[in-house]
Design a protein around this ligand. Structure first.
Ligand SMILES: *Cc1c(COP(=O)(O)O)cnc(C)c1O
Length: 414
């Protein structure tokens, strides 16, 4: 039995309520992220994009492992500072208010990602008022085309992100007038959930070539390129994940052969760092057939775990059999069928996986959704329908403790 399953057994014994919990394996998180970071070649830095999951235990675990945090709001700046007062913070996002920009300056973020010409003008104006030199990267929305095999695109098509590549000349003219804003380099975050390591290098090559061209054209001196996040998780074939060792070995050659010696590359990954440490676990409340389709209705739903409905995908899961059955009548059991896993919400959109073949499923079994450590709880509409929130369980062997947030901390050794 896995560590997570053991804990679920304990949770089941501790309460007679149907189980519903997020379980985070912080040991796994630590091992995974330190492995990823330690393989990076020189002059490459890993930031954590905290919007993927900004729960405090996650940030605490990651702060000593990564170069810094990428944030997109003042709320996230505060979360970063609460965990580590000095950790480098880089600040981006479309639509930053004056107040947010001032707060970013005051809290001495390492870099601000400028997303428009108006934002550049405002930042210069605000920085001049407090006489602060503000280092920035310009976020550029490249025209593309980009390598295939990614799910969400933020550039190369109309989106609200970054400065249109075609307007760069205008922005550069504006920048030349700036006395407080200091250009450190460029920022690109063009796509999300990219699974193919060689294609990801091709993307970086495109970024570096563009930046070299602009340096030449506008006579710039830059030191950093932020190459974004977007390294993916293969939710449809868990055994075939992004090949990090292949990626870093290609990256090493790329750094040596193609990236100017005085440039650093910054990565700001979210999903790839935290997805694999999380599990969303929920109990089967009912099994029923309607109009030829079989449904497993579970405790919770997309108000806890919006990712599968937001992406319209079947989220991978395993069934953990629980033998206990407390009723004096027969237990519904299905074998060798395809089930659609739905939650408790009163909307047909509350679906987490559709028509997935299973060997056996019974009322009262547990469904363990895997890879739910990123963009899962964090993007969900928790209070829609006012059902209770799931437990949040943080597993860490160093302290030999597991804890339920908001509840009494219990001892757990393994
Ligand atoms: C969301 C976001 C990231 C992280 O993206 P992942 O796909 O989770 O790696 C990085 N940079 C920016 C600007 C973002 O908005």
């Amino acid at each position: 039995m896995s560590k997570v399953e053991e804990i679920l057994m304990q949770l089941k014994q501790a309460s007679d309520q149907p189980l519903c919990a997020y379980v985070y394996d912080l040991d796994h998180l630590h091992a995974h992220v330190s492995g990823v970071v330690s393989q990076l070649p020189e002059r490459c830095e890993m930031y954590y994009a905290m919007k993927a999951n900004s729960e405090r235990p996650i940030l605490e675990e990651l702060a000593p492992l990564v170069q810094g945090f990428e944030v997109a709001s003042v709320g996230e700046v505060k979360k970063a500072r609460e965990v580590d007062r000095r950790i480098p913070v880089i600040f981006g996002g479309p639509g930053k208010t004056d107040e947010e920009l001032m707060e970013a300056i005051r809290s001495q973020v390492e870099l601000i990602h400028v997303e428009s010409i108006h934002e550049l003008r405002r930042l210069e104006y605000l920085a001049s008022q407090v006489k602060a030199i503000v280092p920035v990267l310009l976020r550029i929305n490249l025209a593309g085309p980009f390598p295939e095999a990614a799910t969400l695109h933020m550039a190369g098509r109309p989106t609200q992100f970054g400065i249109n590549e075609r307007e760069l000349a205008v922005v550069m003219a504006q920048l030349a007038l700036c006395r407080y804003v200091r250009l450190e380099g460029f920022h690109f975050h063009s796509l999300s959930n990219h699974l193919h390591a060689p294609n990801h290098i091709a993307l970086l090559r495109m970024y570096v070539q563009k930046a070299k061209q602009w340096v030449e054209e506008y006579q710039l001196e830059i030191s950093r390129l932020n190459v974004g996040g977007g390294i993916g998780v293969n939710y449809q074939a868990l055994q075939e994940q992004f090949d990090w060792p292949v990626f870093v070995s290609l990256l090493r050659d790329f750094m040596e052969g193609e990236v100017p010696e005085n440039w650093k590359l910054m990565f700001e990954c979210g999903r790839y760092l935290t997805a694999s440490c999380g599990y969303y676990v929920t109990e089967v409340l009912d099994l029923k057939e309607n109009h030829g389709e079989r449904y497993a209705v579970v405790r919770g739903g997309t108000h806890h775990f919006r990712l599968p409905s937001s992406w319209q995908h079947n989220h991978p899961f395993e069934i953990m059999p629980l033998d206990e059955w407390k009723y004096p009548f027969a237990r519904t059991t299905w074998e060798g069928v395809a089930v659609t896993v739905v939650g408790q919400l009163c909307t047909p959109k509350d679906v987490m996986a559709r028509q997935v073949p299973v060997d056996r499923i019974r009322i009262g079994d547990l469904i363990i959704f895997q890879y739910t450590g990123a963009y899962s709880w964090s993007i969900s509409h928790h209070d829609f329908l006012s059902h209770p929130h799931p437990d949040h369980i943080w597993l860490r062997s160093a302290t030999n403790k597991w804890s339920l947030t908001g509840k009494v901390e219990k001892e757990w050794t393994y």
